[in-house]
Ligand binder design. Structure first.
Ligand code: PNS
Length: 160
């Protein structure tokens, strides 16, 4: 069985992430969505809340599990007994960062591999930070995040 990890901040999980998850299940049998617990970064949602929302999105799908992780990604990969991560690429601007991270992870774990999925055109402008900003200012992001995430952001920012 081919397993992989899809790591990220997912603050919050967007339709761009959703598309990457669905497409990655065409090439792997099981995916662990790994939410980074990063104490130094200012996040909107607690990691446990992010996990809860993502679990709701994939409720009933036994090909997907959702967990938090902290520390090095390669250590979490060893724990999960996999050498493969999934990442999405939206634009050339994502490439430099992803390349550097790949090289570092590959240095830390020689069998490390990343499968990159190019974002579909209609998702290529979606990012968690833009979604948060627009939502906080009362803009409608209903078509950019899963319904559970949309409802939660609406509750946080107190508007319809
Ligand atoms: O959604 P993001 O914020 O782009 O995800 C970045 C993430 C979580 C994949 C990356 O920051 C990560 O793997 N962090 C764990 C710490 C680590 O292993 N760092 C070494 C590689 S730079």
């Amino acid at each position: 069985m081919k397993k992989a990890i899809y790591p990220g901040s997912f603050d919050p999980f967007t339709n761009g992430h959703l598309d990457i998850v669905e497409r990655s299940l065409r090439v792997v049998d099981h995916l662990t969505i790994a939410v980074l617990k990063n104490t130094s970064k200012k996040n909107l949602l607690e990691p446990e809340k992010r996990v809860e929302l993502i679990r709701e999105v994939f409720e009933g799908n036994d090909k997907i599990s959702v967990e938090t992780f902290s520390g090095l990604l390669v250590d979490f990969m060893k724990e999960k007994n996999t050498n493969t991560v999934i990442r999405g690429l939206r634009a050339v601007s994502d490439f430099d960062y992803e390349h550097a991270v790949f090289l570092m992870n590959n240095r830390l774990l020689s069998e490390f591999e990343t499968i990159f999925f190019m974002a579909r055109a209609d998702n290529s402008f979606i990012s968690s930070s833009i979604v948060k900003e627009v939502s906080s200012l009362g803009g409608n992001i209903a078509d950019q995040v899963p319904a559970v995430v949309y409802r939660h952001l609406k509750k946080i920012y107190g508007h319809d």
